[in-house]
Design a binder for this molecule. Structure first.
Ligand SMILES: Cc1ncc(COP(=O)(O)O)c(C=O)c1O
Length: 356
């Protein structure tokens, strides 16, 4: 999924994968160092502590939580579980995704030979096209899984919550919803309602939410994520995940970071400051951007995106890949203020050269 093999990558500003430029919390590093002597033991104790903490912060019982090797392990298991369910009951199974969105669910589905239906975002505001998503499910005779990333990657925007909520409530029994809330911790919209709250309210029997420690918590390389759903779904999904999938170092780092309020506040404030800086610069340059609710921003570059990506790279900055279904836009991670200063200087130079 990620290509880090690049001779120049050490010198590049890595603003392409929405990682946390601050790095891990010091408390996480210390927890890892202290735990190293226990590396010969299985991770059960730390896994159990993390499970109970994740359940507690989300206000759900442990039987409604699955820890995963990153959130993508849960995404994979959900796809596999519904594929198996469809085979057992001799019905079809399809994955429906908005276009563009984060690609993992699609990749896993394709590897299992599952058809994937892509429904373009609306052209005016780049939100989910609810009518066409529903239609794609309605015309299919079998199980449909809707993978919906909220806020979406690459657009960084949250979807119309009221529409999503009423759709979930009214959806047919063979429609499942996988809400990916990888960027939940960055949301500033006060009216945002998480799918976790809807699970607690029993709004739908077919709703799964996934979250990650890779972004706000700064632990992408440690691979810790989780899924929340009703107990029955969690049991079904969990049966397809590895038993000891959280390694000890990931578990202790996640526990330490969860307890490190100062780091989490600093992490959020750093991204908020970076967002402000980018928005001001983009306003000054008259470049359109979507209202980011994440640690990245999707903005217009006034021209050919692959050329822009190459030029940024030549200036030492790795930016997000091209998303061909939204031409003329680029995704960039909101890093530290120092990093954003370098990005803004590059953008200003590009303007002088007439490139953006
Ligand atoms: C929407 C979304 N989900 C999941 C992931 C990956 O999460 P994890 O590192 O927990 O597997 C990403 C990473 O960029 C993402 O953007």
């Amino acid at each position: 999924m990620h290509n880090n093999i690049d001779d120049n990558s050490n010198k590049l500003l890595k603003l392409d994968f929405n990682e946390n430029s601050l790095g891990m919390a010091d408390s996480a590093k210390e927890a890892i160092t202290n735990a190293l002597t226990g590396g010969a033991r299985y991770p059960d104790k730390h896994r159990a502590t993390l499970l109970s903490k994740v359940a507690a912060i989300n206000g759900v019982p442990e039987k409604q939580v699955l820890l995963g090797n990153g959130s993508i392990e849960s995404i994979r298991a959900v796809v596999q579980m519904l594929h198996d369910k469809a085979l057992k009951t001799s019905v079809g199974f399809q994955l429906i995704v908005p276009d563009p969105t984060f690609g993992c669910a699609e990749l896993y589905a394709l590897s299992l030979g599952i058809p994937v239906v892509k429904v373009p975002l609306t052209r005016d505001d780049y939100d989910l096209d609810f009518d066409n998503l529903k239609k794609a499910g309605a015309v299919f005779d079998g199980i449909s899984l809707f993978y919906l990333c909220n806020p979406n990657n690459p657009t960084a925007i949250i979807t119309a919550q009221d529409k999503l909520k009423s759709w979930l409530q009214q959806a047919p029994k063979n429609h499942y919803f996988l809400l990916d809330e990888a960027y939940f911790g960055y949301i500033t919209e006060p009216n945002f309602e998480s799918g976790v709250e809807w699970i607690k309210q029993d709004l739908s029997d077919n709703l799964i939410v996934v979250r990650t420690f890779s972004k706000l918590f700064g632990l992408a390389g440690l691979r810790v994520g989780y899924a929340i759903a009703n107990p029955q779904l969690i049991a079904e999904i969990g049966s397809l995940m590895s038993t000891d999938n959280i390694n000890m170092l990931g578990a202790v780092a996640a526990i330490a970071t969860l307890e490190d309020e100062a780091f989490l506040v600093h992490s959020l404030q750093t991204t908020n400051r970076a967002r402000q800086m980018m928005e001001t610069a983009l306003d000054e340059l008259g470049l359109r951007y979507l209202p980011s609710q994440t640690n990245f921003i999707f903005y217009a570059v006034n021209g050919d995106v692959p050329t822009y990506i190459d030029r940024m790279r030549e200036h030492g900055i790795a930016v997000g890949r091209e998303f061909p279904s939204i031409p003329g836009f680029n995704r960039i991670t909101l890093g530290t203020p120092e990093e954003m200063t370098i990005v803004i200087e590059a953008l200003q130079l590009f303007r002088e050269k007439g490139w953006v």
